[in-house]
Ligand binder design. Sequence first.
Ligand code: MLC
Ligand code: AMP
Length: 501
Amino acid sequence: MSANLYDTLTAAGDPAAVFLEAPGGDVIRYGDLDAATGRIANALVGRGVRPGDRVLVQVEKSPTALLLYLAVVRTGAIYLPLNTGYTRAEASYFVEDAEPTLIVCDPISRADFNATGLGARIETLDSQGEGSLADLARTQRGAFATAPRAQDDLAAILYTSGTTGRSKGAMLSHRNLVSNAETLADLWRFTAADVLIHALPIFHVHGLFVATHTVMIAGASMLFRPKFEPSDVLGLMPRATVMMGVPTHYTRLLEASGLTREATAEMRLFVSGSAPLQTDTHRQFMERTGHSILERYGMTETGMNTSNPYAGVRLPGTVGPPLPGVSVRVTDVTTGRQVNDGEIGVLEVRGDNVFRGYWRNPGKTAEAFRTDGYFITGDLGVIDPRGYVSIVGRGKDLIISGGLNVYPKEIEAAIDGLEGVVESAVVAAPHPDFGEAVVAFVVPDAQGTDETAIRSELAGRLAKFKLPKRVLLIEALPRNTMGKVQKAELRARVKDLFETG
Ligand code: MLC
Ligand code: AMP
């Protein structure tokens, strides 16, 4: 039997039930899905897409963009979404590395992708779901035989930034995605009566898989929004039952006066993840609404690993016990040996959710796994006697800003290449809105430079979310006797840079 993810995702939906409602009120019903995705799948195949090929997609969020994802899965090809904020230089790396057969991009970036000159075909799709791909799909038949796939065949590649070197493509199989979807829908008690507020981007695990798959597997519905807007989301709550968001979404909701018990009375579940949720945010949300936010923990490479319980105690500051079918252990940072319960170490995970390795990178794949199959997350954690996991830090040098990952090394390399710069060090500073903000310390040379010059130079090279919110000039970077930059000292200097309260 075929293990194509599409078949599992669409098995439960009542044909008459709403799958997705767009902002204007237009709906796509479960019964429309086969023909709508079938037309796009036929268009893709007509453009040369075959099972195992990569289809690289950098388009604004729209219902058609989501249908495109499902259509790619149906063809047996591998879906490769890119953050729409990536610059041309950033995007061209992914094209080179993934060698897609087809690129689907916004009409305005067609010329940029053409300039990469790597021979991939290009079709377009804009924020309204219009473009050459939509035009082509309209001419196609709706009937399409979903390509049979084996459990371990790849359904998607999602790139994660690397602590060293360039981004790595995490290879996710049909099994990975189905197993996580089934587990989460069950654990979080999704039913066909649920209505999810979907205001996350669909180029990451959270919005693309966690939110969309749990809805589909239960035959539930979603209110699909192009982006997160607190007043819009609040206005939807009387018609919704579940919301999934990053901590910034919750802190922004708390700033809205409309967040009350009454406004959230129809909601049964608020889920947070992708970055640490402050216990204070959890407490304030509880006070204002009576809802205890359910925090869970995951990664691009693994999908979701742990979750606070639906029915049991949701402990603020923890990410809950491992999901059913997922094993989590804690090992010593230096020896790799399992530590005793209650001791801090690196979190390692194993289960059907764990990815198949990094695309064309056997070296990095080997480094990321233990011989017994556990994946080394790079997150530091501890497991309490009840089995609840807490994330206490990161073994990897990583900043999470508004739920998006930024690797200091990448920003430092970009800054060090600028005129007037001797060297730089990039750290996270606590930020009331984004949780963590990117801050750069820069040592200028004799020629000199300043904050404005550095920020504007970087703007063309790096996606906006990676740009330092502040650039601070410094005479010399603090170093220890071994010559290593003392990032802890730099972090201490900026700990109050953005805090208002
Ligand atoms: C936008 N900006 C950011 C930013 N998002 N800067 C730092 N960090 C971010 N995350 C920039 C904008 O470009 C703008 O720059 C300025 O900050 C203010 O923008 P804004 O209007 O406040 O931003 P907005 O468009 O509202 O976006 C903020 C956000 C968004 C929090 C809604 O970033 C978001 O949707 N984040 C969720 C990301 C996500 O889905 N993560 C899941 C990854 S999966 P300027 O210069 O124009 O002023 C994963 C696994 C797991 O991690 O466990 O889930
Ligand atoms: P990504 O590589 O974008 O998938 O980001 C995954 C990283 O986000 C994890 O390795 C964690 O560091 C972090 N993360 C995800 N969920 C949580 C959470 N609930 N609490 C703390 N960190 C989290």
